[in-house]
Design a protein around this ligand. Sequence first.
Ligand SMILES: *Cc1c(COP(=O)(O)O)cnc(C)c1O
Length: 361
Amino acid sequence: MTSAPLTPAGSPVRLRPEIVALPAYKQGEAAATGFKLSSNENPFDPLPGVLDAVDAVTRRMHRYPDASAGEITARLAASWDVETDEVIVGAGSVALLVQFTLAAAGQGDEVVYSWRSFEAYPWMTVLPGATAVPVPNTPDHRHDLVAMAAAVTDRTRLVIVCSPNNPTSAVVTKTEFEVFMAAVPSDVLVILDEAYAEFVTDPEAVSGRELVRRYPNLVMLRTFSKAYGLAGLRIGYGIGPTAVLAAARTTVMPLSLTDHAQTAAVASLDRADELHERVANIVARRDQVWNALVEQGWDVPRPHGNFVWFPTGARTDEAMAVFRSHDIIARAYLPDGVRVTIGEEESVQKLLYASQEIIGR
Ligand SMILES: *Cc1c(COP(=O)(O)O)cnc(C)c1O
């Protein structure tokens, strides 16, 4: 038997070159010591009632989960005042992003998004063999929605709008979004990724809550990972038109959404008041940090998520080292800047010492 020559992947097996070329997923750095502010996680421990509810489910782990996600879907439908088939629940909103991409875009189709934005967007575009069309952020680190609408062609099947934008923490305004939706043809799917919606206090910012049933081509995505503190359990959801959601349901990795996640989400909705109080704490901390940064002389975009963006450019590695020397584990986005999550109260002063040192150099 003759062996086949090695492919560029270093194996005789013929793999899809665009998949082999994808960089491996890079998780926010773990913190052996210091504050892990690299993944936009919630710094609070899980609520005791949520932990108890999940413990009870652990005793059923020999059973498959409820694939219909019946209870949490009904709860979300009631909360958003929609029918249950206008709600889709998935194993994190990243999983839902992949499902919608698979449903809408294939080989040769285009996916438009702002850049720099969430790192899952370029990755999930490659999976079905679609083509990414990144549109540069404005100089003040916001989406350029006019340019994004102009980037839509006959081949465009999906446009993603991220507000607040990860990692720059800037929002799209209601007016900008309305003008954008009017310019995008109604046969192009638009996803409004609102992973950080619960942290938004600016009344001018776009809000999916006010857009329900306004457009036949719009899906709002939310997650329990950030404000609700369930990042480790993987659960997110979308609200949108029935037919679009039905298509995305067919592309799911079957049974990937666990009963633990579903139960924790229901228990969290039962304790919404406590969770909103925690979110209010983080928001106050964030605004305190932003005010201090402005006083230090930083020109950072006003943060609307649970994180702040430092546009450190060529000095990003140096800035990361300074953060680390102050016990802050941040996330570098080379060559653009550093994202720091608003975390424990005790991390705030350290963050501000670090930022002072960086700008003073
Ligand atoms: C964190 C995040 C998500 C959600 O992640 P899941 O944990 O998969 O729900 C989605 N979009 C953006 C922009 C995010 O930052």
